[in-house]
Design a protein around this ligand. Structure first.
Ligand SMILES: [Zn+2]
Length: 313
């Protein structure tokens, strides 16, 4: 399966033939267009990288000391070209700096969403619908049983706790969104951040997305029982499994957490089923290609209609 021979799926990732570049390559390549800073989309070492300024900040923080790349910073809605392919970034609403990549070539519009979400999120640039002919979308939650709840309700459920709450959250994106939700909905709450997260929280602030009143985590405060919310990356979350009198939640869109916890905190940074249907409708795409996840349900849903869904990888 190829996207109109314009994009082909290779071992290194999605390759745009006329532009001779890769979209979110899985290994170092000569030229990479990178949608966002998560490790399954951004790997170090490509010679030339096109990405947003925030994505570069995260990459430099994560990959310090590794092979140098030449970064070309891309601003949202400002077009540029690689060879004869015209490219424009639009916000994907997934995390700070996350971009959808619109590619125009031979009179056709190709949109790669990267990871995206439509749900409201004040910790990053809001998602925009972009008209296209060919849509390449993630399908992480492409199942009708996945309808993500309002994150406010999820946050309310832990704000009503009288005990300490330890919140496991992925270090880039999720941890900052949870921080913003807590400090916005409950400014009087004590919100503590694990030291490993501070550098990423600062990048948010540097790019104009202040996350409210948070403090670096103090283990002593936790031990002394000061009521608060402790945001911890997955690598440290399991250490809290034996702490008593503390509620342990893990922030995820999945119904169950991979990490042991009392319950999940249902906050997702990916589109749910309704968002995917809305995306397809609002972009007007007649050809849809799925990546990252299972596209079968989406394919079945549109079977026999005038929208063709193909599973790309
Ligand atoms: Zn992501």
């Amino acid at each position: 399966v190829t996207v109109n021979s314009f994009i082909i799926h290779t071992k290194a990732g999605l390759y745009c033939q006329p532009g001779d570049f890769y979209l979110d390559p899985k290994r170092r390549v000569p030229c990479a267009v990178i949608s966002h800073a998560h490790s399954d989309h951004a790997v170090p070492g490509s010679a030339e990288i096109f990405c947003t300024s925030a994505t570069r900040s995260f990459m430099l923080e994560r990959f310090t000391g590794r092979a140098h790349s030449e970064f070309n910073l891309v601003e949202f809605r400002k077009s540029f070209s690689i060879r004869n392919v015209k490219i424009t970034f639009y916000p994907a609403g997934h995390m700070l700096g996350s971009a959808q990549v619109l590619m125009e070539y031979g009179g056709e519009k190709y949109l790669y969403t990267g990871d995206f979400k439509i749900q409201h999120d004040d910790s990053c640039e809001p998602f925009e619908f972009v008209p296209c002919d060919h849509l390449i979308t993630e399908t992480t939650f492409a199942n009708p049983s996945y309808i993500h709840p309002d994150p406010k309700a999820a946050i309310d459920s832990i704000l009503s706790e009288n005990q300490n709450v330890v919140i496991g959250a992925y270090a880039i994106g999720k941890a900052q969104r949870i921080t913003q939700l807590l400090t916005y909905h409950s400014p009087e709450s004590e919100v503590y951040i694990h030291p490993d997260l501070v550098k990423y929280h600062r990048i948010y602030g540097d790019h104009g997305f202040g996350l409210g009143n948070w403090q670096e985590y103090r283990r002593m405060k936790f031990k002394s029982g000061t009521r608060g919310f402790y945001i911890i990356p997955p690598s440290h979350f399991t250490r809290y499994s034996r702490d008593k009198n503390v509620l342990k939640v893990f922030a995820t869109g999945w119904k169950r957490s991979y990490y042991s916890c009392d319950r999940v905190l249902p906050v997702s940074d990916h589109a749910d089923w309704n968002d995917l249907i809305s995306l397809i409708k609002n972009t007007g795409a007649k050809r849809v290609y799925t990546v990252h996840g299972k596209g079968d349900e989406l394919k079945n849903y549109y079977e026999g209609g005038d929208i063709e869904v193909k599973i790309l990888c």
